[in-house]
Structure formats: structure tokens, C-alpha cells
Design a protein around this ligand. Structure first.
Ligand code: FES
Length: 150
């Protein structure tokens, strides 16, 4: 699959969820991609750089913080998905989990989530996790600064 124009078409099921609240609370915080160069615009991009696409091959993952929220980017069979890197059960990092198809299984207690929608698919989690838009531009993976909303 050509990922150069890929963008996850996923929805955040809980627009009032933790990630959104955290993003709003950290709105004034600019933790990633904030290097300011004298004489250049300091306008904040809507996208946060993750790294070269070739470093996140199929089955791999990358983690970062976006507006204070831990985010993981998974490559599942050549398609990129970005979601909050905190299990909604007990906040264990989903980046430690296993992916199979479009499902990630939390390594702590086995809850499962859809990579595409963030929906909780198996207990002990009963809340979805936030998802983020992801794209590739000029060979770099980028994640949207704001989570997807309904
Ligand atoms: S912390 Fe993920 S299932 Fe318990």
C-alpha cells in the first residue's frame, strides 16, 4: 500500500474523553516540534513529526507525546494508525501490546482495541481510546496535533 497520502479515517468515540481533555489542558504547551529559529515564524503546525516512514515498517510502532498526551503510531500491514498510548483500563502503554490485523491487545490484562476507531473490543477495558489523524509527507510520518472527533 502506498502510504504517502495515507490518512487514518477514524473517529474518536468519546469526544469528551481523556485525551481530548488533556489536549485542551495542554493547549498552551508545545512539547513536540517547538524549536524556534530566530527570524522564522513561530506558528505551530497542525502536524507533529514522528520520524522517517521507513523506520516504522509493518508490525513496528513509534511513540511520541502530542500536546502532553502519549501517542503510539502502529504500522499494521502497511497502514498507519495513531492512537492514545494509554489503555483505558489501567493506563498501561498500548505500545507494549501485540497487534493482529487491526486490533491491539494490551500487554497488561488483555483488553483489545480497534486500531482504526479506538473502540474497546474486549474487557477489562470498557472505554475507547482516542485516535489521531496520521499521514506521510516527504517521507516523514506525521500525527495530527488534535485527536479525531466525531
Ligand atoms: S491496563 Fe490494559 S487491560 Fe488492564
Amino acid at each position: 500500500m502506498d502510504t504517502s497520502e495515507m490518512e487514518a479515517h477514524v473517529r474518536l468515540h468519546h469526544p469528551g474523553g481523556r485525551a481530548l481533555r488533556a489536549a485542551l489542558q495542554h493547549k498552551a504547551t508545545n512539547e513536540v516540534g517547538t524549536e524556534q529559529v530566530p527570524g522564522r515564524s513561530t506558528a505551530m503546525s497542525e502536524w507533529v513529526d514522528v520520524g522517517p516512514v521507513e523506520e516504522i515498517g509493518p508490525g513496528k510502532r513509534a511513540t511520541l507525546r502530542v500536546e502532553g498526551v502519549p501517542v503510539v503510531v502502529f504500522n499494521a500491514g502497511g497502514e498507519l494508525f495513531a492512537l492514545e498510548d494509554e489503555c483505558s483500563h489501567e493506563s498501561y502503554p498500548l505500545s507494549d501490546g501485540e497487534i493482529e490485523g487491526e486490533v491491539v491487545t494490551c500487554a497488561k490484562h488483555g483488553a483489545q482495541f480497534s486500531l482504526r476507531t479506538g473502540e474497546d473490543l474486549a474487557p477489562p477495558a470498557y472505554e475507547s481510546v482516542a485516535t489521531y489523524p496520521v499521514r506521510v509527507r516527504a517521507g516523514q510520518v506525521e500525527v495530527g496535533r488534535q485527536p479525531k472527533a466525531d
